[in-house]
Design a protein around this ligand. Structure first.
Ligand code: EPZ
Length: 466
């Protein structure tokens, strides 16, 4: 009974998340009807990376003057973080539609708990407010976090780092209360795992701490490097040393930044996978080769083709059979965990058996259930797969998916479980013969700006359900 209740609660929570996200970006409805089996062909713009833009927005709290962020995507995560900043007194002008946001942090203050509670569960970003709010106000209250349900999503690395800086962390039933009675002092921190969020936590706290912070086993994703570029523009002194070591020399004050966000490589990889699965041809304006090298190798090995141009990358299916591959997700510069869900749909069309070892998250194959209902042959191994040639060290929490193709996908009623899994459901519905009803599509708008407009541009046959 307990499991059924938990599943029902998870299902209801996902539906609520999806409806909130859909409302943020003005989706006509939370369900779309897709008539699949047509190749996606055309040209779409990929804007700034969700996983940089939301952090750069938080960084504006550290500046004594206004900050300007460019190429901002119109996604619901940006709306959520904007609201979080506003309830802390930041004045925001500009709009995600225009792609430019201006943040004025002159009147930063503690948020009213009722307002901050209203946003609890909407995102994981609130945990990154700790350092900046402690520097400015000496106090922060963080509600329960949200974000994609792809595992436990703990924040122990974040809280241990904050304590190392001298913060006092009180866990309350409604969230976490954090103070810094003696201010924040530089610390030597070694992460148990190169966590993106925990690395950002240390960066956003260390830049204004007294003295030097040495961070070992840091994440070095392109989005982290772009956040360091933002902080350097503000006046921070951050050195990236070999072997994942980041050194931060705390400074007394920072000014606002003017920054154009790097492109969203996860979005570009998702549309590339859609081109492969639907035998299409999609030009992603803004995509760049450097940040996608590992993805491009795998894309080519599967039988996809790409042309690197000055203004973007063309991803297309050149004809012939798609080939199976073995993928191990890893931290950067390995194969991003966010890339595997959309690509698995293309692997259902490959001739042979592929394996995806998911080594970053412990529960990121839930989306494959809907693909199996549509006719895919996918086995999920909850404890991973032993044996075989491995480059990435095996992790206790890892899982594996075995995909055997080619299989004909047929339309089905599918419910989006999370952001990247949701985009996979969309690709599967576009690949399948027949009609599919895809619900909870608001979760897709958390990270894919104007995905409906882009589908229209690419010739997809779909409509919003009444
Ligand atoms: C960021 O999540 C991204 N989200 C994720 O993208 C991305 O998949 C992930 O980094 C890995 O690249 C944002 O940037 C908003 P982690 P984050 O901390 O920071 C464990 C998407 O689809 N861990 O690197 O939460 C954790 O459980 C999203 O855009 C702890 O154990 O990821 C996981 O197993 C999904 N304790 C591993 O580390 C902690 O305190 C990696 O997590 C923190 C993390």
């Amino acid at each position: 009974m307990n499991t059924i209740l938990q599943d029902t609660q998870k299902h209801e929570a996902q539906k609520l998340d999806a409806q909130k996200a859909a409302a943020h970006v003005g989706l006509l409805s939370d369900t779309i009807i897709v008539n699949g089996g047509r190749p996606l062909r055309g040209r779409i713009d990929v804007r700034g990376a969700k996983n940089l833009v939301t952090k750069a927005m938080v960084a504006s709290l550290l500046g004594d003057t206004k900050s300007v962020l460019r190429d901002v995507p119109d996604i619901s995560d940006v709306h959520v973080v904007s609201r979080l900043l506003e309830i802390h007194g930041v004045e925001i002008t500009g709009s995600p539609e225009s792609g430019i946001l201006v943040f004025d942090p002159a009147n930063v203050a503690i948020a009213q708990s009722a307002e901050i509670d209203a946003l609890s569960g909407s995102s994981r970003i609130p945990i990154l407010f700790c350092g900046p709010l402690l520097h400015r106000l000496g106090h922060a209250f963080i509600p329960d976090l949200g974000g994609c349900r792809i595992g436990d999503r703990p924040i122990d690395f974040h809280l241990d780092a904050l304590r190392a800086f001298g913060a006092v962390v009180d866990k309350l039933p409604s969230g976490i209360n954090i103070t810094a009675p003696n201010g924040l002092t530089g610390a030597n921190i070694e992460l148990p795992y190169p966590s993106v969020g925990a690395t950002e936590q240390v960066l956003l706290t260390g830049v204004r701490a007294k003295g030097i912070t040495e961070l070992k086993n840091a994440a070095i994703e392109p989005e982290i490097m772009d956040l360091i570029a933002v902080l350097q523009k503000m006046g921070a002194i951050i050195s990236i040393e070999p072997n994942r070591v980041i050194l931060i020399e705390g400074v007394d004050s920072l000014k606002g930044y003017d920054h154009r966000a790097l492109f969203d490589r996860n979005e570009a990889a998702s549309w590339a996978s859609a081109a492969l699965a639907t035998k299409g041809d999609i030009f992603c304006v803004g995509a760049k080769q450097q940040e996608m090298m590992t993805f491009l190798n795998v894309f080519r090995k599967i039988g996809g083709a790409f042309d690197i141009e000055e203004d973007g990358i063309r991803f297309y299916h050149p004809g012939g059979d798609l080939k199976p591959v073995v993928i191990e997700t890893d931290v950067h510069p390995g194969f991003m965990t966010d890339w595997q869900q959309p690509l698995i749909v293309a692997l259902t069309q490959a001739v042979g058996t592929s394996i995806v070892h998911e080594t970053v998250y412990e529960d990121r194959f839930g989306f494959t259930e809907a693909l199996v209902e549509m006719g895919a042959d996918i086995e999920v191994h909850k404890n991973g797969l032993e044996g075989g040639y491995r480059r990435v060290p095996r992790r206790a929490l890892e899982q594996a998916a075995v995909i055997t193709g080619p299989t004909k996908l047929h339309g089905a009623d599918i419910e989006v479980p999370d952001l990247r899994g949701g985009f996979s459901h969309l690709i599967a519905a576009l690949t399948a013969q027949g009609q599919s009803r895809v619900s909870n599509v608001g979760l897709i708008s958390r990270g894919y700006g104007d995905f409906a407009g882009k589908l229209q541009k690419l010739g997809a046959d779909f409509s919003f359900a009444a």
